[in-house]
Write a protein that binds this ligand. Structure first.
Ligand code: ZN
Length: 594
């Protein structure tokens, strides 16, 4: 069940876009709009504009645009409902919770409350005499008190039911504690604590709520080394990413995925506030989708042992289709006293070599190239000529994509050596491939420049107008009704007549809102369009349009849309001239493509 539209209207009306954006971007008034440096791309001169009149923002650099809800979604990396909650909190409005059944909602809330209270209990137990052993362990792991507090670390007592007693004393029922994953049913109808004699790490979701725990047993005791909360209404391992609540605010250009939850804490402490981990499970497609909302690049940093390498390969195959660039950070091999390679995780590495060394690994791309080449090599069959040719073909592309000539030379040399050919032959082949690629790219650009009106095409490729003439007229209709909703009376069109599905849908939705006496403004549509679609709508709305000739312009736009729609529906009926024009166009395109 969606949040009521009238509530969203009210919320948008109360959250002035300039005020909200002003908390993130310093804005100065110039002309009708306010301007500042775009928070979504790096720039030195202000091309990010905010319109108080229309309650929208738009960047002339990267093309992003939307209303106040889109801004918060993008800025705080929140989903639509969470962005609404965020804004509602800001202006002191209560979101009517309509999702799910009452019983389901209550169960969720109680499970979350129980986990929050449990985190408080474990935290205070850590400071008590009973928490001494866990305190020692935290010290042994060299986690500072500041970071232990920041991550809410706690201690689970060794007794059977201390937590259970404390929480039932606070009014939680036994069933609620089992549902929250904090207690386990025993024989004779009794229940006992799920976690005992453990270092407790609360798991906090991106909204900042404790939803469960991961834990480590104290050294020397029997039991599972790591133990998570079981799957509950609020603890879903396939969707939780540990420390994302902190890492989402990082200024670093990427997120680093490590294996151990404790490693996450020590790395944050060492200055890497972009480190996250899954909950002891393999990365899922869900995780990938969530991560891609928060970063453009994911750096995999698994242990440098066999198991770590296997995990890396598995994750790489899951991430192949994700909207994320992936880099592998391989920690350099360390050797023990016996001269043999020893397992090294990021925590060991930072403690042994310091944060600067880890920073170097993180920024350097060398390891990744090595990794890619060695992966190619593992797959290749270098005993046959065909196998070597196949390997070289892939290696030429992999190495040829590197930007730095030095890197190309180093890794080209390695690949050539592996396949048993001369470095110069490899380099020659690689340059040929690079030239071909460059030529293709240039041609594509030229073709784009030659096509008229292409500069007015939407930035997002999948939204490009099939019929640019109609598309621009459709933009015009939207622009006019947004400026003056009374013009809907003159806009006798249906969504089906629009050539662009997005513009058609926007027209329909705005018309519905107008009919039901809701606000006819773009910010209210944030929940129904993607960020790219919203940017397109904002772009369409911000083209210049004179209100003085609004009715005349509306009639022209409608005429164009109708004519083009008729031709789409009845292609055979179009006159010979149009057919000829199309054929001519096709011919030119084919010649261009040669
Ligand atoms: Zn921008």
């Amino acid at each position: 069940m969606p949040i009521p539209e009238r509530f969203i209207d009210e919320l948008v009306a109360r959250c002035d876009i300039a005020d909200v954006v002003g908390e993130y971007v310093s804005l100065t008034s110039k002309g009708a709009n306010m301007w500042g440096l775009c928070p979504f791309h790096t720039e030195k001169t202000a091309s990010f504009s905010v319109s108080r009149d229309r309650q929208i923002y738009k960047c002339f650099g990267c093309g992003k645009g939307g209303g106040v809800i889109n801004f918060i979604m993008e800025m705080e990396h929140l989903s639509y409902p969470d962005a609404i909650r965020h804004l509602a909190k800001r202006v002191g409005m209560e979101v009517p919770e309509t999702g799910g059944s009452d019983a389901g909602r209550k169960k969720y809330r109680r499970a979350q409350e129980a986990n929050r209270e449990a985190a408080r209990f474990y935290y205070s137990y850590l400071g008590s005499p009973g928490g001494a052993a866990v305190r020692d362990y935290i010290e042994q792991r060299r986690i500072s008190p500041k970071f232990a507090t920041r991550f809410g670390l706690g201690a689970a007592p060794g007794e059977w039911d201390m937590l259970t007693k404390a929480l039932t004393g606070q009014g939680f029922s036994k069933m609620e504690l089992i549902d929250a994953g904090l207690a386990v049913a025993g024989k004779n109808g009794g229940i006992y604590d799920k976690f005992r004699s453990r270092l407790m790490l609360p798991v906090i979701d991106v909204r900042g709520d404790v939803v469960g725990f991961t834990s480590r047993i104290l050294p020397g005791l029997e039991g599972a080394k790591y133990l998570n909360s079981p799957e509950t209404v609020c603890f879903k391992k396939s969707q939780l990413i540990y420390a994302l609540n902190f890492a989402k605010a990082t200024k670093r250009p990427n997120l680093v995925l490590v294996e151990g939850n404790i490693d996450v804490i020590t790395l944050h402490q060492a200055g890497f506030d972009n480190v996250v981990a899954t909950m002891g499970t393999a990365l899922t497609a869900d995780h990938a989708r969530i991560l891609s909302r928060h970063t453009k690049e994911l750096v995999l940093c698994y242990d440098n042992d066999e198991a770590g390498k296997k995990s890396t390969d598995r994750v790489l195959s899951i991430l192949k289709n994700a909207d994320l660039a992936v880099r592998v950070l391989q920690l350099p091999n360390a050797t023990g006293e016996d001269g043999k390679a020893v397992k090294q995780d990021p925590d060991d590495f930072v403690k042994r070599f310091g944060p600067a060394a880890f920073e170097k690994c993180l920024s350097g791309s060398a390891d990744q190239n090595d990794y890619q080449l060695s992966t190619l090599l593992q797959r290749a069959d270098l005993s046959s000529d065909e196998g070597r040719v196949a390997f070289l073909r892939e290696a030429v592309e992999t190495v040829g994509r590197l930007q730095s000539p030095i890197e190309r030379e180093i890794y080209g040399g390695k690949a050539a050596q592996a396949a048993g050919i001369s470095a110069s032959a490899f380099a020659q082949e690689m340059e040929r491939w690079r030239k071909g690629r460059l030529r293709q790219a240039r041609k594509k650009e030229e073709r784009r420049d030659l096509t008229p009106a292409v500069s007015r095409q939407p930035k997002a490729r999948q939204l490009r107008y099939e019929n640019i003439r109609s598309g621009l007229a459709e933009e015009g209709v939207l622009r006019l009704v947004l400026m003056d909703p009374t013009l809907f009376a003159a806009a006798d069109l249906t969504a089906e007549q629009f050539s662009s599905p997005v513009l058609g849908k926007a027209f329909q939705r705005l018309k519905d809102r107008h009919d039901r006496d809701l606000s006819v403004q773009l910010p209210a549509l944030a929940g129904e369009f993607t960020a790219d679609e919203m940017s397109l709508l904002v772009e369409a709305a911000s083209q210049p349009e004179s209100m003085a000739y609004a009715r005349r312009a509306m009639a022209d736009y409608i005429e164009t849309i109708r004519t083009e729609a008729r031709q789409r529906q009845d292609p055979k009926g179009i006159d010979a001239l149009l057919e000829l024009r199309d054929r001519q166009r096709e011919k030119t395109t084919m010649e261009d493509g040669k």
